[in-house]
Every structure is written in C-alpha cells, then in structure tokens.
Design a protein around this ligand. Structure first.
Ligand code: DC
Length: 231
C-alpha cells in the first residue's frame, strides 16, 4: 500500500499541464519531467545549426546529428526547479519563445527523434515516483502508469493563457499569432503518424476551460493520493 507510482499527464498545448504536474510532484515529493522541454531542446539545436527555418527543414541532417544531442535535467539551486540543459547549457528560457513553438511540432513528428527521447524518458521512470507530462506519456511512454490524466480546454482559452505568459516575458507577439500557433500545433500533434496526441485508455479527462488552475489542483491531488493509496 502506498508505493510510489508513475503519473502520466497528457493533453493539448497551454492547458496548464506543466503547472499542475510541477505542483503535484512537489506535493508528493516526486520528480517532475517536462517532456515538451526535451522536444523543444532538439528544436533549438536544429535552429542553432540552421537545419530548420521558416521555409525549410533539413530532416536528414538533424537525424544524423541526434547522437550529438545531449539533454539533461538539472535542479536550479535558486528556484529548486528541474530545468533542461542542452549539451551542458541551461536552455530553459531559450526554448519558450514563439519561434521555437512554431517549429517544435515538425521536429516532434520525426520518429527517430521520438525513439531517442522516449527511451530516455522510460529510463527516468524506472524508479517510479515521477510525474511526467507531454503528449504520448500515457499512450506510449508509460502505458501501464498507475494514474493517467488528459487535460484539455478550448483553443481560445489556451491561446489567451499563452499570450499573457509571452507578453509578461516581454515577447513582442500578437494574440492572433499565438492563437494560430495553438491551433496549428494541435493539428500537427493530433494528426501525425507516430504517437499522435490522443486520450490514453483509462485516462481521467480534466477540462479546465472554465476552471482556475488553483480550483482544479485540489481535485487532481485527491485523485493522485487515491491512486497511490491503492498501490
Ligand atoms: O508541452 P509543450 O508545448 O512544451 O510541447 C512542445 C511540443 O512538443 C508540442 O507541440 C508537441 C511536442 N511533444 C510531443 O510530441 N510529445 C511529448 N511527449 C511532449 C511534447
């Protein structure tokens, strides 16, 4: 009773998955892994090496350099947060721009990229006691996770949330572009051949269109504690 479990959280972009996942991990004393940050880091690598821009994407070059891409999570001593490092450099801030967001779905659709990252994610979950969020965690990475959540909200609500975040960070973006990005990413993520975003079997659906993240958190924490008590 009460053994550590794996909590898999999937859902559309900007549904507050990472906020919920991070808080849940903190409350439970679990490790939090943001798999979107891993796909974003590979995308940043592709951008920095000129493999991808608005017009072109040189998939072969990226695939041939995958072994050179090292992604690790490190605790930031100041914030206590698990942050992502690409080849030894903390890129937590750099991967959150709208430019990275506009390319990441194309990179995440490449099977060789997914295979590499999924293997690493499964390794991280070996000891359990982990909260992992992404798009394929309950369907592909940990189909046997003791608790799976699927988070969703309307595109409008999600775009508003993401727009606010970007503006607060000082990015010069328009709401229309952010909405376009949200809708476009949903489309690519849900229709790609390899591991499309879909609700995993047995996942609990959380629609937070009209809920504050705060109001929802208590409900999710209870679901998690019940799932742990059953182990
Ligand atoms: O959660 P996020 O917005 O940071 O994710 C960035 C992109 O990475 C998203 O558009 C889809 C992709 N992704 C994925 O394909 N599989 C995951 N497990 C996590 C993210």
């Amino acid at each position: 009773m009460g053994n550590k479990i794996i909590i898999a959280i999937d859902g559309h972009s900007s549904t507050g998955k990472s906020t919920v996942a991070r808080r849940l991990a903190k409350e439970l004393g679990y490790v939090y892994v943001d798999t979107g940050a891993m796909y974003r880091s590979v995308t940043l690598y592709a951008m920095e090496n000129n493999f991808i821009n608005k017009e072109e994407f040189d998939i072969q070059s990226l695939e041939s350099e995958l072994s050179k891409i090292n992604i690790r999570f490190e605790i930031n001593a100041e914030t206590g947060r698990n942050e992502v490092a690409l080849n030894g450099i903390n890129v937590e801030k750099k991967i959150r721009t709208l430019e990275v967001s506009s390319h990441v779905s194309k990179v995440a659709a490449i099977s060789k990229v997914r295979t590499k990252l999924v293997e690493q994610q499964q390794e991280m979950g070996k000891e359990k006691g982990i909260v992992m969020d992404g798009r394929d965690i309950g369907t592909v990475v940990f189909p046997n996770a003791a608790l799976k959540l699927f988070m969703t909200a309307t595109a409008k609500d999600r775009a508003e949330r993401r727009y606010k975040e970007l503006i607060e960070k000082g990015e010069d973006v328009s709401y229309e572009d952010v909405l376009k990005n949200v809708v476009n990413r949903d489309h690519i993520d849900s229709t790609r051949k390899d591991s499309p975003l879909r609700k995993a079997e047995g996942a609990v659906v959380i629609d937070n269109s009209n809920l504050t993240l705060e109001g929802q958190f208590e409900q999710i924490l209870k679901i998690a504690k019940d799932a742990i008590a059953k182990q």
